[in-house]
Design a protein around this ligand. Structure first.
Ligand code: SF4
Length: 266
């Protein structure tokens, strides 16, 4: 047991008189633990299991007010090709950010075979403008009508299983999820361990809608034409409607079904 741990144990057995010392020692312990937060080189050796929950807390504290570019640069340096970025192409903001930081970051688009023509057109614009390190995943089966009877299973087959297959070869992935997207995303961490055990990085988790609009205008970022038609969150055409003024951005996704997520963001 370390000296710090011994003194904490002593304080715990010495009643209230030891509480001041205990607080000091806990502070020491946090500093001690923080000194062991992984460097990019160490994380590369250890993979996602190399990050303790304390490491993730420390990174979140550090990144809460950091520019998105700094978070992306850290993730790219830490995980390299063992990380990819997924985009739904409602807009290309995260693609633009990542491209400015490191054009080699792998971009992944899940083609469910049910995308709006406008989304597929946006994909072509992104290819032309950024020439990204792009991987488009498509199901190896034909379109069907499963979405009419079981949206969870349809999402699982056309989205989740495709992404899971890709993530089998990754340690981390990056998404454009924001806390402002919807109430069920309000607690989104910047760096988290997902349900697969991988590290999930959300560099714009803290961004407001106004920040998004400002960045898109400043860098003339490609935006899906459907956004201007009342679709602030664009998914598959059978499961996405335009939203009315005042509705949540994601209110048009699986509207009226109670479903709010496709299952990618475990
Ligand atoms: S969003 Fe709809 S069409 Fe797209 S994969 Fe899910 S259920 Fe199927």
């Amino acid at each position: 047991m370390s000296n710090t741990a011994v003194s904490i144990a002593t304080a715990l057995t010495s009643g209230t008189a030891g509480l001041g010392a205990l607080n000091d020692d806990l502070s020491d312990l946090r500093s001690f633990e923080q000194s062991f937060a992984l460097s990019p080189e160490e994380a590369r050796d250890f993979g996602p299991d190399g990050f303790s929950d304390f490491d993730l807390m420390a990174f979140n504290a550090r990144f809460e007010t950091a520019p998105a570019e700094e978070i992306i640069a850290w993730a790219a340096a830490t995980f390299g090709p063992r990380m990819c970025l997924t985009t739904s192409l409602t807009d290309a903001l995260l693609v633009d950010l990542a491209w400015r930081v490191d054009p080699s970051i792998e971009i992944v688009f899940l083609d469910t075979q049910y995308h709006f023509p406008e989304t597929l057109a946006t994909l072509e614009v992104v290819k032309e403008r950024y020439h990204p390190n792009l991987r488009v995943l498509r199901p190896d089966f034909e379109p069907d009508d499963l979405w009419q009877i079981d949206t969870d299973l349809c999402c699982k087959r056309r989205k989740v299983q495709q992404l899971d297959g890709l993530l089998d070869e990754k340690d981390a992935w990056m998404t454009g999820v924001r806390r402002a997207d919807a109430p069920n995303r309000a607690d989104t961490a910047i760096v988290a361990r997902d349900g697969r055990g991988l590290i999930k990085v959300n560099p714009i988790a803290t961004w407001t809608d106004a920040q998004v609009d400002e960045y898109i205008a400043r860098y003339d970022v490609p935006v899906n034409p459907l956004v201007a038609q009342g679709f602030p969150s664009v998914g598959c055409w059978p499961c996405t409607r335009a939203v009315a003024d005042g509705e949540d951005a994601r209110a048009g996704r699986w509207s009226g079904t109670g479903k709010t997520e496709c299952g990618l963001h475990l």
